[in-house]
Design a protein around this ligand. Structure first.
Ligand code: PLP
Length: 453
């Protein structure tokens, strides 16, 4: 019977499942598959999702490895010692890439993404500060953390969840990134650390870590307060080592205690894997490390999650072997070339002004010139592009400049020059359409654009 039952008219497929109540009985696997599969096709096409930083393409061998390893739990170090050893190799490879001073005295871990990695970096700073203050017999009541107003939302969460006062340095047209300007007004003896972002999510811009560190040197000379840096390299830490090797932003700078990155962004792995590495074991207080037994030995672990997929860690190692330094450089440089090609073409279009060019990480943003039109906004352009399948969000800038609306493109491996040319043709076509309107489109609710911080 089953084999001649045509798909879509079988029991369950010809009717509708209740969306919020578990069905009473089982269905055929083919039926359950078809229903979930069909519902998911209503999602946007991941390859045309130029809003996300997260990988939307891996090669066939990676996909094969993913399927083979889908059942591995990263936390089962004793049961999956090979995966555990590969995790260890991966963060050591990153420590080396980020110029850790002593390869035998560093520590790191994989995480579910940069959010968990940032939280661990922040927690280590908080604990380090608290232990120092206690040893000095001083108050540990009011920790604060200093960062740009344009940080990714994880830092707001970190401060909220762990009762730390966030001190946001405002962004202004002159200081679009945290650059040390007036840092002395924000930093004091209760500052657990400063966050420097390598690859601001709004624009792709790098914060000048070296300049921030110099300012903190000055502050220490003047006040005795010694404040360290965590670099949020969610995107940039997997681009700068290959494409801007002379830029000093990593452990070459003494004040950098820890660095995180998203393996699933420019680490070129499917979601979700992230990494965090500390300069040395001294900056990661022993009191936040747990020890689990591993092959009869001792395995230090540090994580917010317990169970999580092991497959992504294997995929990260696959990419390291598959690409090597030169391969990563080629892939990222190609994305930068596509981004700068797109940004230079968009810059030449009358309505637009660039905010960034995509020459740091391959991410750039633009604004609509204020005198161009009253008939349409970047939100309208985003809607028009969505009708063609492209997801190119418009969104307001961070606090202080939140009346400025940006549109942003995140170029990733898989956005070929050919696709980029097609995208450009669609942008031009839609702009021509919008410019042909003789009266304003209905007003948009500010901030309705979906924005991936
Ligand atoms: C994406 C991003 C994060 C969060 O990373 P996830 O891997 O998505 O958890 C944090 N900081 C910055 C700068 C980011 O770009």
């Amino acid at each position: 019977m089953l084999s001649i039952n045509p798909v879509f008219v079988r029991p369950g497929e010809a009717t509708e499942f209740d969306k919020f109540v578990m069905p009473d009985g089982p269905s055929l696997p083919e039926t359950a598959y078809q229903i979930v599969h069909d519902e998911a096709i209503l999602d946007g096409n991941a390859r045309l999702n130029l809003a996300t930083f997260v990988s939307t393409w891996m090669d066939d061998e990676a996909r094969k490895l993913y399927l083979e390893a889908a059942d591995k739990n990263m936390i089962d170090k004793d049961e999956y010692p090979a995966t555990a050893a590969i995790e260890d190799r991966c963060w050591r490879i990153l420590a080396d890439l980020w110029n850790v001073p002593d390869a035998n005295d560093t520590i790191g871990t994989s995480t579910i993404g940069s959010s968990e990695a940032c939280m661990l970096g922040g927690l280590a700073m908080k604990r380090l500060w608290r232990e120092r203050r206690k040893a000095e017999g001083k108050s540990t009541e009011n920790p604060n953390m200093v960062m740009s107003a344009a940080v990714q939302v994880v830092w707001e969460k970190f401060c909220n969840y762990w009762d730390i006062e966030p001190r946001y340095v405002p962004i202004t047209p002159e200081h679009m990134v945290l650059d040390g300007h007036e840092l002395e007004k924000y930093v004091d003896e209760n500052t657990i650390g400063v966050v420097a972002i390598l690859g601001q999510t709004y624009t792709g811009a790098y914060e000048p870590v070296e300049q921030i560190a110099k300012k903190l040197d000055e502050i220490q000379q003047n006040t005795g307060v010694d404040v360290r840096i965590h670099v949020d390299g969610a995107s940039g830490a997997m681009v700068a080592p290959f494409c801007q090797p002379d830029l000093e932003w990593d452990f070459r700078i003494d004040r950098v205690n820890s660095i995180n990155t998203s393996g699933h962004k420019y680490g070129l792995v499917y979601p979700g894997v992230g990494w965090v590495v500390w300069r040395n074991t001294a900056v990661l207080p022993e009191s936040i490390i747990f020890h689990v037994s591993y092959l009869g030995g001792d395995m230090p672990t540090l994580a917010l999650n317990f169970s999580r997929p092991g497959a992504q860690v294997l995929l990260q190692y696959y990419q390291f072997l598959r690409l090597g330094r030169e391969g990563y450089r080629e892939v990222q440089q190609n994305s930068i070339d596509v981004a700068t090609y797109l940004s230079s073409e968009i810059e030449r279009m009358a309505p637009f002004e660039l905010v960034s060019r995509g020459d740091t990480i391959p991410v750039f943003a633009w604004v609509l010139k204020s005198d161009h039109t009253d008939n349409w906004t970047l939100y309208d352009l985003a809607d028009r592009l969505r009708m063609k399948g492209w997801l190119v969000p418009a969104y307001p800038l961070a606090d202080d400049l939140s009346d400025v609306v940006l549109q942003r493109i995140v170029v990733k491996a898989g956005l070929s020059r050919d696709l980029a040319t097609a995208l450009l043709a669609d942008i031009k076509g839609e702009v021509a359409y919008l410019d042909s309107l003789t009266s304003p489109l209905p007003d948009r609710v500010a901030g309705r654009g979906q924005f991936h911080h």
